[in-house]
Design a protein around this ligand. Structure first.
Ligand SMILES: Nc1ncnc2c1ncn2[C@@H]1O[C@H](COP(=O)(O)OP(=O)(O)O)[C@@H](O)[C@H]1O
Ligand SMILES: [Mg+2]
Length: 422
């Protein structure tokens, strides 16, 4: 099968690493996004998706790695060396934000005109031309107005052109953000969860809009999206992140059938105190559940008692694994990082009790990690062993304050980390 993203990439991300203090938000990530295709970047909350956008668009300087944008005319840009202003103006990369950023006090059409400010400023030659009404400036201004009108029509906001942007309903604000980005005529459009909060009709309209941007405006789209119906419906290529690492990369069909992907999503449920994440996870979960291929793969992985076949219970080396619980099984979901799906998988391989987990050596962790391919180092990262020790000793979390047995800190709550990172 020909893969456009391998042959003709608009964007090449190579060995991208982004660290914040001790936290590696993105670890050695490489992928391409093809010209005139829709590439979806998906993954559970906190996987590093927005951070990838922040690196591409010049908001963050990556710790390591190369981000190369290739224009069709042969010009290339190393985005990691450019500030956000030049990434937009010269490399022609535009973005929207996970949390809408519009000038809410300006009208809808003013928001679109402001987006074209650079072009207008260049034409005004120190603004005196504008003051004197030079013909060149007038023409450029008329062009900008034409473009605004075109995109207003396209996103169905012509009737609201003179209303303050802040008065628009949520879905309309999302569309206005896309229109604003398109007014800068990008070669690569980066959209951070554009379907979040949309109703099914709006979501459907958004799909059509994105397909038209791809096909009629020959623009490459990089799309962060939680809504699997959007992802599977319109993407040409899907890249899956989990804990800052790539776990899958392929066509929607390939990715949908990948057991690692399914597990990564099922694991996300554990972020129960993150309402946004939970809602998003539920949507994904639903989509995955209702995808016959995915469901079949998950089912198969659950039905195969891998350990029972491959390794006899209680080997001389390796963790203690039990065919059945000793009496009543512990509620492994009390370990932060373990959700219902992981608990089921753990039971399948013979883990039922806190004391089993509490006794794991480093080699045992590797053993279990390898048995359950989808875990990708979660056991160590979330310090399951020390959590289990605490739980095995009878400690229970105070649910009223959302206490966790984790000895590692959960990433800061959304509200606290909003400033400056989105
Ligand atoms: N500016 C920052 N400072 C510290 N940590 C950050 C910053 N931006 C993102 N992170 C952390 O990086 C990880 C990935 O975050 P993010 O890219 O927002 O994930 P996603 O968009 O996939 O939900 C999270 O653990 C988050 O807390
Ligand atoms: Mg994000």
């Amino acid at each position: 099968m020909t893969r456009a993203w391998e042959i003709n990439p608009e964007l090449e991300v190579q060995h991208l690493t982004m660290r914040f203090g001790g936290l590696t938000a993105i670890g050695d990530l490489s992928f391409n996004a093809a010209r005139q295709q829709i590439t979806a970047l998906i993954g559970p909350n906190g996987a590093g998706k927005t951070t990838v956008f922040n690196c591409i668009t010049g908001f963050y300087k990556p710790t390591e790695g190369m981000l190369k944008l290739n224009h069709e005319d042969g010009k290339s840009f190393l985005l990691e060396r450019m500030d956000d202003f030049r990434v937009n103006r010269e490399a022609r990369v535009a973005r929207t934000f996970q949390n809408i950023r519009l000038f809410t006090g300006m009208t809808v059409v003013e928001n679109l005109m402001v987006a074209q400010h650079n072009t207008l400023m260049r034409a005004s030659t120190m603004t005196i031309g504008a003051l004197l009404g030079s013909r060149h400036y007038k023409r450029v201004e008329a062009d900008a107005m034409e473009k605004s009108k075109y995109w207003l029509e396209k996103v169905g906001l012509t009737d609201r052109a003179d209303d303050p942007a802040g008065d628009l309903p949520y879905g309309a604000q999302r569309r206005l953000e896309i229109a604003r980005a398109m007014c800068t005529e990008p070669r690569l459009l980066c959209l951070d969860e554009p379907a979040a909060g949309l109703n099914p009709r709006e979501s459907d309209e958004l799909n059509k809009l994105l397909l038209s941007i791809r096909d009629d405006h020959k623009t490459a789209i990089l799309l962060i999206e939680h809504d699997m119906s959007v992802v599977m419906g319109i993407s040409d290529h899907v890249v899956v992140l989990d804990y800052g690492r790539k776990i899958a990369d392929g066509t929607p069909g390939e990715v949908k059938a990948n057991p690692d992907v399914i597990r990564a999503y099922l694991g996300v449920e554990d972020e129960e105190d993150d309402a946004e994440g939970k809602a998003a996870a539920a949507v994904v979960h639903e989509a995955v559940d209702h995808t016959p291929v995915a469901a079949a793969v998950l089912e198969a992985s659950l039905e195969t008692p891998r350990v029972a076949e491959k390794a006899p219970a209680r080997k001389a080396a390796g963790p203690e694994l039990l065919k059945k619980p000793r009496g009543k099984a512990d509620d492994l979901k009390l370990i932060w990082g373990v959700g219902p799906a992981f608990e089921k998988l753990l039971n399948k391989v013979g883990v039922w009790h806190f004391d089993q987990v509490a006794s794991w050596t480093s080699a045992d962790i590797d053993h279990v990690d390898a048995l359950l391919k989808g875990f990708h180092g979660r056991i160590r990262r979330d310090d399951w062993v020390n959590q289990a020790k605490k739980l095995a000793s009878g400690w229970r979390p105070d649910n009223d304050i959302g206490e966790r047995p984790a000895t590692v800190k959960k990433p800061a709550p959304k509200a606290a980390k909003k400033g400056g990172r989105k």
